[in-house]
Design a protein around this ligand. Structure first.
Ligand SMILES: Cc1cc2nc3c(=O)[nH]c(=O)nc-3n(C[C@H](O)[C@H](O)[C@H](O)COP(=O)(O)O)c2cc1C
Length: 223
């Protein structure tokens, strides 16, 4: 009996060593998003007529196609920068001061949090687990299937002087407005917020000292 127990423990340890530990089962994989659909939608004046902040969300998931379209509308690459930078970086659907492109869009969902990589149109894993409730101080934030968290990477703001703080907020606001217009066009609910426990969320998202959370924005279906 004792020998059998030892062998069971031994087998379990071996499996854990081979699999790299219990965390592997919960590890997130990168998500390759479908190509964004960059045509269609409501005419811009109609979308502007519908733009509004929502604070009530159904739990219904967004499809991968909608998520891809949303992220492209928010902060995707919409043209080449060949003439400006010699190529490689791409230019975005939102402007940014000095073209720093310092905003990273974190995508916080039930299964885990990712960061949007516009170049590869993919989501890179950040941390597994449901941190939606940490993306704001209001109760509804845990209900939306997706919350986008805008994070300024200040290491990208080269030669920024005293106005850098203002610039990173302005840059995030342009991305947020793109999300508002996309949501209005698609009949989705959205709402931006500044009321966030930045320390708690920054720890959960494993941010570095150079990274600062500006705004967060829920996206989902209206309740
Ligand atoms: C920079 C900024 C921060 C905001 N922060 C919050 C917030 O923390 N919580 C919230 O419920 N709404 C927040 N809002 C949404 C505003 O309250 C909302 O835009 C305003 O009431 C006007 O409503 P509308 O967007 O539907 O026109 C914020 C909006 C902006 C632009």
């Amino acid at each position: 009996m004792k020998r059998r127990m030892v062998s069971v423990i031994g087998t379990t340890s071996l499996l854990l060593i081979l699999s790299g530990g219990l965390g592997v089962a919960q590890q997130l994989q990168p998500i390759m998003l479908p190509a964004p659909q960059t045509t269609g939608g409501k005419p811009v004046m109609e979308a502007l007529s519908l733009r509004a902040t929502s604070r009530s969300f159904a739990s219904t998931e967004l499809s991968m196609q909608t998520l891809s379209n949303l992220l492209w509308a928010a902060w995707g690459i919409n043209r080449s920068d060949a003439e400006r930078h010699g190529g490689g970086k791409g230019l975005r659907t939102a402007p940014s001061a000095s073209d720093w492109q310092e905003t990273d869009v974190y995508v916080v969902m039930q299964q885990g949090s990712y960061v949007y990589d516009a170049t590869t149109n993919s989501l890179k894993p950040v941390v597994s687990g449901d941190y939606r409730g940490l993306t704001g101080t209001q109760l509804f934030v845990k209900d939306a299937p997706v919350t986008l968290v805008f994070v300024a990477d200040k290491s990208k703001m080269k030669n920024a002087r005293s106005m850098a703080e203002h610039m990173m907020w302005a840059d995030a606001a342009f991305v947020s407005e793109n999300v508002y217009i996309f949501a209005a066009s698609e009949g989705l609910a959205t709402g931006v917020r500044a009321s966030i426990d930045r320390s708690a969320l920054g720890n959960a998202l494993k941010l570095s000292p150079d990274q600062e959370i500006t705004l967060a924005q829920c996206v989902g279906f209206p309740k």
